[in-house]
Write a protein that binds this ligand. Structure first.
Ligand code: ARG
Length: 445
């Protein structure tokens, strides 16, 4: 037995020793593998420097894990680095859409979307919209209105690496007054919903709007969005009338600031735009009916215009088929053209412009269709790209992490085949997408 005992001990010792050696070798190889795989070099034939507004040629971009480390024509290529050859492409920073609704999509029937679906119906497919958006080259979105904290769940799942999608700066509930664009209108007062006002983002008066801002932030909002004016795709009569008092708007922006957050305002109407700008919002969403004074105020306050000027095409061609009330279509006819002219005037006057599409009102993944209109109505192609990169990053307060190909920022990089500065529609097909150093799409391979 004793002999057997020794033998057994010896065998265990030997096995342990072998195991330990094997484990050490495994660790070394995993470490080596991780190092090799995490260092990448992009060879960029043409590269847009969106900060300077210039084009560079034959640049190398060194990426370590999720971060850009260096850039230049002659940087050292570390041994074992993975080379990504984009010498025949134009390389630019991942695009940013400052106005999306990733947890909604035109579903094909107005009343089904309003009454026959629950947030779970939307939540269960939202990851598909996130992926489509990323595949379209949009590596960051400011998502400005969602219910049931779906946007927070989506943002977190993407950040955890559970599902692919853009980085999300989330607003949670759109904050609106009773009967506003954020409420459900046009139906019998006996049609009631079980959720509380706070779970619908409906808030009236200074105390309630402040409480709603706190509620949104408590459960994860990165930014605050409220309805300064009426809307198009909702059944209230006016599209432009203010839906909060000046005091309520001031309170929303002030409360957001206390918590270190920016606010943005849905605003089509002239007076509502001016009120929201005076309240101190970071951006005006839609900005459809601008007059000279509104433009002047936006310039003075440094307020961004985030106008969804592609939307009109899709709504007018498709929404009647979805059973959308004629009243809404008529409102769109009124606003669509005026909005593009307002945008043109604002660009001419030098208002700061960002890129925001309202994707979700039209199908996700088609975000880049808006570039053509931004160029048609006054921006140069480089300015339109800056609106969707460096300006957008500035609006989000994320300039230190996204918006340009700069050492220290996330490696959010896309590439297109042709030159977007000569044909902006090139951005509608993005064959290469990297986010945080991970290649999600490379059709050029
Ligand atoms: N969410 C906006 C609203 O309902 C969409 C406006 C669409 N129309 C437009 N021309 N941008 O008010």
């Amino acid at each position: 037995m004793a002999f057997l005992g020794i033998k057994i001990t010896f065998n265990i010792d030997m096995k342990l020793k072998h195991l330990m050696i094997a484990f050490t070798l495994l660790c070394i190889s995993i470490k080596g593998f991780a190092q090799v795989d995490s260092i990448k070099i992009i060879k960029a034939g043409r590269l847009l420097d969106v900060e300077k507004g210039t084009v560079l040629t034959n640049q190398l971009i060194l990426i370590d894990h999720d971060t850009i480390k260096a850039i230049g024509p002659n940087i050292n290529i570390p041994a074992g680095a993975k080379i990504i050859d984009l010498t025949n492409a134009t390389v630019l920073p991942g695009l940013i859409d400052c106005h999306t609704h990733l947890t909604q999509n035109p579903g094909g029937n107005y009343y089904d979307d309003l009454f026959r679906k629950t947030p779970i119906d939307f939540a269960i497919i939202a990851h598909i919209y996130a992926k489509r958006t990323l595949d379209a080259g949009f590596t960051t979105c400011r998502d400005v209105g969602s219910t049931a904290f779906m946007d927070i769940a989506l943002r977190n799942a993407i950040n955890n690496g559970d599902i692919p999608g853009p980085r999300i700066c989330a607003a949670t509930f759109f904050i609106g007054s009773t009967g506003s664009h954020g409420d459900i209108n046009g139906f019998s007062p006996y049609l009631q919903f079980n959720d509380s006002k706070q779970f619908r983002g409906v808030a009236d008066g200074i105390d309630e709007v402040r409480a709603q801002v706190r509620f949104n932030i408590k459960y994860g909002a990165d930014v605050i969005k409220f309805g300064a004016s009426a809307g198009v795709l909702s059944e209230e009569e006016s599209v432009g009338a203010p839906q909060y008092t000046q005091e309520e708007m001031n309170a929303i922006v002030d409360e957001a600031k206390l918590w270190g957050k920016k606010a943005c305002a849905h605003a089509h109407g002239t007076l509502a735009i001016k009120m929201a700008v005076k309240a101190g919002v970071a951006s005006i969403e839609h900005g459809s009916l601008l007059d000279d004074e509104a433009i002047q105020l936006m310039k003075e306050h440094g307020t961004y215009l985030d106008a969804d000027i592609y939307n009109d095409d899709y709504i007018l061609s498709e929404y009647a088929k979805f059973g959308t009330p004629q009243k809404i279509i008529e409102k769109e006819k009124l606003v669509g053209k005026a909005q593009r002219l307002s945008f043109q005037k604002a660009v001419k006057a030098g208002v700061k412009i960002t890129f925001g599409t309202d994707a979700g009102v039209y199908p996700h993944g088609l975000n880049a269709r808006q570039f053509k209109y931004m160029v048609k109505f006054g921006l140069s192609p480089m300015q339109a790209i800056q609106a969707a990169t460096i300006n957008a990053a500035d609006l989000l307060g994320w300039k230190n992490k996204v918006g340009s190909i700069t050492p220290g920022k996330f490696a959010d990089i896309i590439a297109v085949k042709n030159d977007p500065l000569t044909d902006i529609t090139t951005l509608e097909q993005v064959p290469f997408v990297m986010k945080g150093g991970v290649v999600y799409k490379n059709e050029g391979k």
